[in-house]
Design a protein around this ligand. Structure first.
Ligand code: ATP
Length: 312
């Protein structure tokens, strides 16, 4: 079995499904997490690139597969479909060293993790990607599921700026307990509410994700406090003090307080307020004030010079 303590399977290894005989050649490791290793593979029958996940724990992997299967049966989330094709493409076991290793194959999402994308594209890039993340969450919520473990590594953004959620291991039924979370984005970590799977849990996580990718040092500092001292006022203080978060401030305060009724309304508000404010700010930034003033002054001089030249 591939665990975090061993290097996994090398490129060139052919993973052959025991029951359905699908064949996939490993090209490279795409990433590894607490739950498993994800490989970029090439499907033997048509050379197509796909992502294949082997779990560290078969029970956890099976629960992830169950969630994906339910979502697909429900026709749940549009984010799981591309051109009508499912996200989950194959589920099988691979026999290696006398052991059966469960795996599943999914669509390969081309893109870079959100934090890296934002490092290159700034606040304007984030505002656009953020809107899509909210739309993906809204689709999931409408089908009765909560994403749960929202974090920068679980959002991949393509070169065209399309944001997709990956890693459905934390997806929980609405009303149940959140089964997987990451501290900084977790409502419980900030003593700001429980870990029950509700719409506001995901929106809180999304707000903290926003603060993290745009204002990481302040969040890091607040998160280092003793658990009993961490609270929602720390988050509001960051939102108030941060220059970078200014266009997002009103939206973030509402999300942190759990004031949005649902993700659709949160997305509409993002589209109406945040998106517009960030774009306005970006266009102002592109033309610095000194340059605008200098342009106005030179225009006045030019008009004066023309007037002098044409004077009878
Ligand atoms: N469908 C995919 N397409 C492209 N890359 C992927 C895909 N699924 C996963 N990855 C890559 O593999 C990494 C690990 O995958 P995943 O998040 O599913 O593992 P995990 O063990 O559940 O992680 P975690 O510890 O964060 O829960 C991701 O961060 C991502 O870089």
């Amino acid at each position: 079995m591939t665990t975090s303590s061993n290097p996994g399977f090398p490129p060139g290894t052919v993973i052959k499904g025991k029951w359905k005989a699908g064949r996939y050649m490993i090209r490279r490791i795409l990433g590894r997490g607490a739950n498993g290793t994800v490989y970029l593979v090439q499907q033997a029958k048509d050379g197509r690139e796909l992502a294949l996940k082997m779990g560290n724990d078969p029970v956890d992997l099976q629960s992830e597969i169950n969630v994906l299967t339910s979502l697909q049966i429900q026709g749940a989330s549009a984010s799981l479909l591309r051109d009508g094709e499912s996200y989950l493409l194959d589920v099988d076991d691979f026999t290696a060293g006398g052991q059966d290793i469960p795996f599943y194959v999914m669509r390969y999402v081309r893109g870079e993790p959100l934090h890296r994308y934002v490092a290159r594209h700034g606040s304007a890039g984030y505002a656009a990607a953020g809107l899509q993340i909210l739309e993906r969450l809204s689709e999931l919520h409408q089908s009765g599921w909560i994403f749960g473990d929202l974090k920068p590594q679980n959002v991949l953004v393509s070169v065209r700026g399309t944001a997709e959620l990956i890693d459905y291991g934390g997806v929980s039924r609405m009303g149940r307990s959140v089964k997987q979370f990451t501290e900084w984005y977790d409502r419980g970590f900030w003593n700001a509410g429980g870990r029950h799977a509700d719409v506001q849990y995901d929106l809180f996580a999304f707000a903290l994700l926003t603060i993290h990718v745009l204002e990481s040092p302040m969040l890091k500092h607040a998160a280092s406090k003793l658990p009993q001292l961490r609270n929602i006022t720390d988050i509001h203080a960051i939102i108030r003090r941060s220059e970078k978060l200014k266009p997002y401030a009103a939206w973030l305060n509402r999300a942190v307080n759990g004031d949005f009724k649902d993700a659709r309304r949160a997305a509409e508000s993002w589209n109406g307020q945040v998106f517009t404010a960030v774009r306005r700010r970006a266009s102002q930034r592109r033309t610095p004030r000194w340059l605008r003033n200098a342009f106005a002054a030179s225009l006045v001089l030019l008009v004066g010079a023309v007037w002098l030249a044409l004077r009878p």
